[in-house]
Design a protein around this ligand. Structure first.
Ligand code: TRP
Ligand code: SF4
Length: 400
């Protein structure tokens, strides 16, 4: 129930580019073989800002999922789903909203920042204020303890942690908690109880985090215990109330080193991107016409890689020998810029080849994508349902 679990989402912005690949998707692909992972299309989050132009969401979501699959996200390993198709997120968001202090939302740094940045749009809406809360619901509903995000999203994960703590504190309290927790320890049986107690002592006296990890593993494996008792034992380990929700940690995705065609960060708004599934002709043309060191006007002028966006690409794609060749050849005017670009073009095309192949399968079989998403939504719904039962119970609205 509290096993290690990774969750991340992406707003459906349309076709992804190499910046997304190097910044986010490669990371997802790595994570999916190490942990149970859930990756989802945050379409409701898209509506918080694009509420007046909803027409593109479905198409964008579809293209984005194909990009994920093309990049190697594997539906046999990770659960892929669409936020709005797991309605439990909305119910949870509503229930959480009841106990979320308004000030907490108003103080999330992205709130005012984004409002100022997107000043052409009226973002003084209820939904936009609730953006981080919806994100908390996304995370907490799967009891995900690892959330890979970019730096801009860190405050949202921090907010989620505080909210989980508040929730557990508020709804995890019971008058005879300690007695119930001790009874639950007994129910573990002598051997596990002894280990649990020893780990708990180590954690409480020495703050030993490893002891905490081991205790969590022990409790995760204790599937013979009723959920209520496990919540108590998770909570009793470090405090005086049940742990109904899990505090997540952010896994910081390092800022993408992927430069755009003009040397700025690769971003759709700068119009300097190469899309994940860009055709080979177009990739070739875009790189061939890329700016180089402005000081290299003629072929015979020496250049400086540090001033050249093409060099940034070599840093992503080329091995040491090629980089040496660039440095020397550029500074001595021994190579021309077109020559210098060839290894980059080859490397990008080579990287994209398997992506084109995988994508083609899904483009040719739209039903395949539909099945993957249907299956993912169903599995996500099941997991979300488990948490929602506990949440409804905790908040006193479980009439079952
Ligand atoms: N807000 C995230 C972004 O824009 C997307 C997102 C929504 C998300 N819910 C999430 C990311 C939950 C991680 C976990 O990038
Ligand atoms: Fe840039 Fe290469 Fe031309 Fe030097 S030789 S300016 S690094 S493209």
């Amino acid at each position: 129930m509290y096993a290690e679990r990774v969750l991340s989402g992406m707003r459906p912005t349309g076709r992804l580019h190499l910046g997304h690949y190097h910044g986010v998707l490669k990371n997802w692909v790595r994570l999916q073989s190490a942990y149970p992972c859930l990756f989802f299309v945050a379409d409701w989050h898209a509506l918080t800002t694009a509420y007046d132009e909803p027409g593109t969401i479905e198409e964008n979501a579809r293209e984005m999922v194909i990009d994920w699959l093309a990049a190697g996200v594997d539906p046999a390993q990770a659960i892929l789903f669409i936020q709005s198709r797991v309605r439990e997120h909305a119910e949870f968001h509503l229930l959480l909203s009841m106990m979320t202090p308004l000030g907490w939302l108003e103080r999330v740094p992205t709130y005012k920042d984004q409002q100022e940045k997107l000043e052409h749009k009226d973002l003084s809406t209820y939904g936009f204020l609730g953006y981080p809360l919806l994100m908390s619901a996304d995370i907490l509903i799967y009891r995900a303890d690892k959330v890979p995000v970019g730096e801009d999203q860190i405050p949202h994960v921090e907010f989620t942690r505080e909210l989980a703590r508040r929730f557990n504190h508020m709804y995890g309290r019971e008058p005879d908690f300690e007695a119930k927790a001790r009874a639950a320890v007994k129910r573990l049986g002598a051997e596990r109880a002894q280990e649990y107690e020893a780990l708990r002592t180590r954690f409480r006296q020495e703050g030993d985090r490893q002891a905490r990890t081991r205790a969590h593993a022990l409790l995760d494996a204790a599937s013979d215990l009723p959920p209520e008792d496990r919540e108590r034992l998770f909570g009793f380990f470090e405090g005086d109330h049940k742990m109904i929700l899990v505090e997540p940690g952010a896994l910081l995705t390092e800022a993408a080193k992927m430069p755009g065609l003009d040397g700025q960060k690769m971003s759709k708004s700068y119009e300097n991107t190469i899309s994940l599934r860009e055709s080979a002709d177009s990739v070739t043309k875009k790189i061939r016409t890329m700016q180089t060191d402005p000081a290299r006007v003629r072929r015979t002028d020496p250049g400086e890689p540090a001033r050249c966006p093409v060099w940034q690409f070599h840093l992503v794609y080329s091995d040491e020998a090629t980089r040496q060749w660039v440095q020397q050849g550029c500074r001595s005017a021994g190579i021309g810029c077109i020559e210098c670009k060839h290894p980059v073009i080859d490397a990008v095309l080579k990287e994209q080849e398997p992506m084109h192949e995988r994508a083609q399968t899904y483009i040719d079989n739209p039903a395949l994508v539909r099945d993957i998403i249907d299956d993912g939504c169903e599995r996500a719904r099941k997991l979300a349902g488990e948490t929602m039962r506990d949440v409804r119970e905790a908040m006193g609205v479980n009439y079952a």
